[in-house]
Design a protein around this ligand. Structure first.
Ligand SMILES: Cc1cc2nc3c(=O)[nH]c(=O)nc-3n(C[C@H](O)[C@H](O)[C@H](O)COP(=O)(O)O)c2cc1C
Length: 180
């Protein structure tokens, strides 16, 4: 199967991107790809009727996926705009888009003890609107995320690695069962 990873941040020290890079190896023989979303124009109905190449490429990759894995920080109690913008692009036409029936799993992270719980809840609401198949599981929220990495942004916390492994294994099974 092929899994597309969507991050909620793209700066040079992005913890979300680092978590996704760490998680890639947990997918074993399955194909994975992290999409860069920070070069996308803001969604506009005008652009949607004559889509830029970057948007065509985004939609093509998402439509070919068997599942999406999102890893995001929480920004002001919600979802970062860069991620929301990509979801908005993929969400048209409403209720019949490439996100319909797409298995989606969510990881949020924060330095705070809340672990991005509000962003996680908002993401579920968003993927509810796109009629996606939201991975029902032990919610994967990482608290005190600043303590889980070594100097090379490898995850050094055994506890977090175990939780991520359980989460990914469960998601792969979920995506397999969701296959048409
Ligand atoms: C604009 C902005 C808003 C933020 N708002 C929140 C927030 O509401 N709740 C929270 O727990 N952390 C908040 N943070 C902190 C980040 O979510 C946290 O540091 C996270 O680990 C950053 O992830 P990243 O490296 O993937 O960008 C905010 C950070 C920024 C830049």
């Amino acid at each position: 199967m092929k899994f597309i990873f969507l991050s909620g941040s793209f700066h040079s020290n992005s913890r979300s991107l680092a978590i996704l890079k760490n998680v890639e190896k947990l997918f074993g023989e399955h194909e994975t790809e992290i999409l860069m979303l920070d070069n996308l124009p803001f969604y506009s109905g005008d652009l949607n009727s004559d889509k830029p190449e970057v948007i065509k490429a985004l939609l093509m990759k998402i439509s070919a996926a068997d599942g999406l894995l999102v890893c995001s920080p929480e920004y002001n109690h919600s979802v970062p705009a860069v991620l929301k913008n990509a979801i908005d692009w993929a969400s048209r036409p409403a209720f019949a888009s490439i996100l319909k029936d797409m298995p989606v799993s969510i990881i949020t992270q924060a330095v705070s003890p809340v672990g991005g719980a509000r962003a996680q809840a908002h993401l579920k609401l968003i993927f509810d609107s796109t009629l996606s198949k939201i991975h029902v599981c032990h919610e994967m929220m990482i608290t005190q995320v600043n303590e889980i990495f070594d100097d090379e942004m490898n995850i050094s916390s055994t506890k977090i690695l175990e939780r991520l492994d359980r989460h990914v294994t469960d998601f792969i099974g979920f995506a397999e069962r969701a296959q048409p």
